[in-house]
Ligand binder design. Sequence first.
Ligand code: NI
Ligand code: MN
Length: 238
Amino acid sequence: MEIRFLGHSAFELVDGATTVLIDPFLTGNPKAATTAEELHPDAILLTHGHADHIGDTVQIAKRTKPAVVAIVEIARELAEDGLDNLHEPNIGGTVRFDWGWVKLVPAWHTSTTPKGTVNTPAGLLVHIGGKTIYHLGDTGLFSDLALMSGMASRAGVAVAEAPGGAIDVALMCIGGYFTMDRFDAVEAARLVGARQIIPCHYDTFPPIETDAQAFKTDVEAEGLAEVVVLEPGARHEP
Ligand code: NI
Ligand code: MN
């Protein structure tokens, strides 16, 4: 499978003919690698309802009719917006598809949608193409990040099948101000124990400018993970 960074916190996970889109914030995103009109996902997964994550979900979903996974309060708002094919889990829940599964896990943040729906933010453990990808969502550093690898295992991956741990790639916010910064993210890398980390949620706006290469140096100096810094639009095969 292949991971494509679309800018900010948006990613596509592609396995053969299946495309899973996470946090599709393209319109108004100064780092967007594409436009909402060019995307044709089979599923859209949301970490939380802030505008820089829910983004173009309604517009894309009305056009391409993907499955949409969002925590129940957001899913109900999306239903009122006219979307169907919605899945509305809550923290700890797993939604299974023929291409894999997604499990909602805790994240420490706040969230209200642009329309005013208050909702609990989540991280997403996603299994696709034999790989487990962990999108941390927006979060500060918290000790339960050490539980994520086990939660991925119990959701369906034997650790033995994934050398180096149950999580192959962590998509990790490092920009600070709205989330943990690159220094706390080094400790997050230690707790999560992913084989590879792709940093995100930085350099989109002035308050979240940071040095991703310095984060890579710090994480790799401690032997915690391989850090893959992607420019918006770039792809990575884990
Ligand atoms: Ni947020
Ligand atoms: Mn955000």
